[in-house]
Design a protein around this ligand. Structure first.
Ligand code: ATP
Length: 895
């Protein structure tokens, strides 16, 4: 089909749609069933069986299986079957872990999938991009990624960047009229918008003509498929460390085997024991558990309304030392209500709340609002140059559009105007859309007499700069410095009350041409007045800012709003301390990057800045050694979001471009959510440290007990199957549960982690080695005591050693929950851990007391007094190490 050659009506007819009403939901559903989802086919996922087999590719596991086979051939059937069973269970667990990690990453991808605004049943609705169908009427604006191929039926200053398809990085200007030429290239189809391309300016409406693999992008989709798996710095480091640990474990294992053989042990027994020990001691599961811990943490973050788009961000979150936050909508509610209107030297207070158009204008100096022409013009022009709509849903007034514009609309409605009514009097000829750089927008309108006007609204200082006249007492006066300073004072008074101000201006246009740029028209205006609107801070923000401060994180407000408004709000929510600096965009503009770096640490508020300033701010902060989290929503924010360490995009107001550049998306646009995400980020990292501490100390303990025994020329304290059992049950389950641990109460009372800090910093190595040593030692002591008492019954001593090792580890797991000591935390807080420990104990008791399993696991039933010995020795390391903690503290205090 040559959609670009057709007129809009032909397109509508061919595709059976309706530009006014859109499709009905049932029709959309039918088409979705018939033509399939609007997605590009993905590369096939790895087959589940292959993932399962992957679990056994580990070299030591292969050796173990081979060794088991040999023992089977030698007649040790029970051992062989039991070992194979354990290896398979281990593989199954690994498989599920990996599946879970993959599923949650997939779920994440779906959550951050783009949404599209479509017209269905006469209403603009947001639907997932994959659900749009041919015939859907779609609305898009600057910052959106186009969701399917569309014929544009309405374009307003629309420009689309199509480099993904054409290689051309300069955005193409788009139009809504037919383009001639049947064989023209994609780049020349000026009235088409293609899937995957990016709206860089203006807005438009299109009718979907192709979806999924039928789009132009679908034709080249094969080229785009690159499976990207992100791996976090910590995962990379652990992988490297894992390799070193393999060598250490292998070396020590070999030492055990050689010593054992020298001491006269059977070579074959020692070989099997060595291989089992190597399998148990090599922390091959570590990277997988880290992934699971990261993805479980990410799931918790989703519940707290933040979506991690890039996994490494989870780690970086814990290092954040500065949050640069937008004001409107993030620190404030973005629910605007006009409370003051000023025109021609008079101020009116506007009553009412929210978007309910009930309220009135109270004159402060007895000026009747209805009689005041310039007030009426301020309100009506504020309503015409405006895209917002207020929808009455069962007497609930809901805003559709930008809150600033919504407030202006509601103010005009309070004076009795309606949008429909005014649009009958004024036809819109052309729009110059709002952007944060210009801080204003304009519309060219034509009245019933055919006269053309330009209406402009925007930041008062900007409008003031392009005005040549002012309406004063209903008359047009030259905008002299006298009036200028009156306007300035008025803005100051309004802004000090934390009001956001919009000025409205106009001018008659004697001649106008569509090719005129905003620079050509937005000048020599007649200033009508100012409307001041309140945007209350979010109630939870004050506390969140305070918590961040305690956590060593500075909050910086970056806003396009007026300096006085910004100051008032920043002081109110505790961002701006006494003596803290406020810097304005125009001052920043004059500074060199070095000058900015020099003072950036003292600045708490950046006001009237443009998005491009954000990049300089991020860079200056980073130069000062900060790890910067930066929020943003617009197209122009993307570079700063990308450059920051943690780019944060707004889920509700954010454009697709901002989201794509970000590593974190806030589902509720709320500053407090950033704080929760940082808290979770710190916690996830701590949890990873916890289970590394637990797993490695356990492994050290297992190796050392064997090594000590060989050095002392003792028999084997543990048989291979027991070692494998400990690896599977005692090491596996509680480690997973540690990954789910709650944050320590002081997690937000510490300074941010230094980004270069290694995972074993803050004494973790020492904790692992000392604890591993003690676990090995008490296990050996238990073994020696019982072996001395029953020299003929080795199996007795081995059972006690096995139980002591298990119990010492299960007690240690509670130590691992705190960087301080076991007594700093309620052991019953983490119910997963309690569950994991109880099941490990039950499984151990079954292995020890259930006769059929006794034969397999080489155990015997133990008497109560042996349990006294086991429990006494197993808890000894905790007390010994707590003791050193206290004496260490005392020494420190004494110094
Ligand atoms: P933040 O960066 O905290 O979100 P902001 O939303 O106030 O700040 P911008 O949206 O860039 O920043 O707005 C800057 C200024 O432009 C505002 O102070 C206001 O005066 C003006 N402004 C905002 N929205 C509009 C609009 N729709 N039409 C005209 N002027 C606007």
């Amino acid at each position: 089909m040559k959609w670009h050659e057709m007129r809009t009506e032909e397109v509508v007819e061919k595709i059976n749609s309706n530009v006014k009403n859109g499709l009905s939901e049932s029709e959309a559903k039918n088409r979705l069933l018939q033509f399939g989802a609007n997605e590009l086919q993905e590369a096939e996922r790895p087959n589940a069986f292959l993932v399962f087999l992957e679990q056994f590719k580990d070299f030591m596991v292969v050796v173990l299986l081979a060794a088991t086979l040999i023992s089977g051939l030698l007649g040790e059937y029970i051992d062989a079957v039991a070992i194979i069973a354990i290896v398979i269970i281990n593989g199954v667990l690994g498989f599920f872990q990996e599946r879970k990690a993959e599923r949650s990453l997939q779920a994440l991808k779906e959550l951050s999938a783009p949404q599209v605004t479509v017209l269905r049943e006469r209403e603009w609705r947001k639907v997932a991009s994959r659900e749009i169908v041919a015939g859907d009427v779609v609305k898009f604006s600057s910052g959106d990624r186009i969701g399917a191929d569309m014929r544009i039926v309405q374009a307003s200053s629309l420009e689309i960047e199509e480099s993904a398809l054409t290689g051309e990085s300069v955005p193409a200007v788009k139009r809504d009229t037919p383009v001639q030429g049947s064989d023209i290239s994609i780049g020349d189809q000026e009235n088409m918008a293609f899937m995957g391309t990016l709206v860089t300016r203006g807005s438009g409406v299109g009718i979907v003509v192709a979806t999924g693999m039928n789009t132009a992008m679908g034709q080249i989709a094969d080229l785009l498929q690159s499976a990207e798996t992100t791996i976090t710095p910590l995962q990379r480091k652990l992988e490297q460390l894992g390799k070193i640990l393999i060598f250490v474990a292998l070396f020590l294992t070999m030492l055990v085997v050689i010593l054992g053989v020298i001491q006269g042990h059977n070579m074959y027994d020692m070989f099997l024991a060595g291989v089992s020990l190597a399998v148990a001691a090599i922390p091959e599961g570590l990277p997988a558990i880290v992934t699971v811990a990261l993805s479980l943490g990410v799931q918790r973050m989703i519940k707290q309304k933040s979506i991690v788009r890039k996994l490494p961000a989870v780690e970086t979150l814990g290092c954040a030392s500065v949050i640069c936050s937008d004001k409107t909508g993030t620190l404030t509610q973005n629910k605007m209500t006009v409370t003051h209107a000023w025109s021609g030297g008079h101020t009116w207070t506007v009553t009412g709340n929210g978007y309910d158009p009930a309220g009135e204008f109270i004159a402060n100096d007895a000026k009747d609002p209805a009689q005041n022409k310039s007030l009426q013009q301020l309100l009506t022009f504020g309503l015409i140059c405006n895209h917002a709509n207020i929808i009455n849903k069962n007497n609930q007034f809901v805003l559709d559009g930008d809150p600033t514009e919504g407030a202006l609309l509601v103010a005009a409605m309070k004076a009795g105007y309606t949008k429909e009514g005014l649009l009958q009097e004024f036809a819109i000829v052309k729009e110059y859309p709002f952007d944060s750089e210009r801080k204003m927008m304009s519309m060219v309108v034509e009245d019933k007499q055919g006269k053309l006007f330009l209406i402009t609204k925007g930041a008062p200082d900007v409008i003031s700069g392009v005005s040549e006249f002012i309406l004063w007492e209903g008359k047009k006066q030259l905008y002299t410095t006298k009036y200028e300073s009156i306007v300035k004072d008025t803005v100051h008074v309004l802004a000090s009350q934390a009001l956001r101000n919009i000025a409205v201006a106009f001018k008659p246009l004697n001649h106008f041409h569509h090719t005129m740029t905003e620079k050509d028209v937005e000048k020599e205006l007649i200033l009508i007045g100012i409307q001041g609107m309140i945007d209350p801070p979010r109630p939870e923000v004050k506390q969140a800012v305070k918590e961040c401060k305690e956590a060593g994180i500075k909050t910086v407000m970056i806003t396009g709003d007026h300096i006085v408004t910004a100051k008032a709000i920043a002081t109110d929510i505790g961002i701006l301390p006494m003596g803290g600096k406020v810097l304005e965009g125009k001052e920043l503009q004059k500074m060199s990057q070095e000058e900015l770096e020099e003072m950036v640490d003292d600045v708490y508020v950046f006001a009237r800045v443009s998005p491009q300033h954000k990049l300089s701010i991020v860079k200056a902060l980073q130069k000062k050694g900060h790890i910067v989290a930066m929020t943003g929503d617009g197209v122009n924010d993307a570079p700063a979001i990308k450059a920051s360490d943690i780019g944060i995009a707004m889920g509700i107001t954010g454009t697709d471009v901002a989201k794509e550049a970000s590593s974190l998306v806030l589902l509720d646009d709320n500053f407090a959510t950033i704080k929760s995400a940082i808290k979770e980020g710190r916690n996830i990292y701590e949890n990873i440290r916890k289970f590394i501490r637990y797993l490695l100390a356990s492994n050290v303990g297992e190796i050392l007990v064997m090594l000590f025994a060989m050095l002392l020329a003792l028999p084997l304290p543990l048989v291979p199957i027991q070692i494998l059992w400990v690896n599977l049950v005692t090491d596996g389950l509680p480690a997973m549960a540690l990954g789910l641990d709650q944050a320590e109460s002081n997690v937000m009372k510490r300074q941010p982690r230094h980004p270069k800090e290694g995972v074993f910093a803050r004494g973790l190595w020492w904790k692992i080695i000392s604890r591993g040593f003690l676990i090995g030692l008490v296990t050996l002591i238990a073994f020696i005591i019982v072996y001395r008492q029953h020299p003929d019954e080795l199996i007795y001593a081995q059972t006690v050693a096995f139980a002591t090792l298990v119990m010492a580890q299960l007690i240690h797991v509670f130590d691992c929950r705190s960087e301080r000591s076991i007594f700093h935390r309620n052991p019953f807080q983490n119910l997963y851990l309690v569950g994991a420990v109880i099941s490990s104990i039950i499984l151990m008791l079954i292995v020890i007391y259930y006769p059929p399993l006794q034969a397999i696991f080489h155990t015997v039933s133990l008497a109560p007094e042996e349990w006294l010995l086991i429990m006494g020795l197993a808890s000894l390391p905790t007390f010994l190490l707590v003791g050193t903690l206290f004496t260490g503290k005392k020494k420190k205090n004494m110094v």
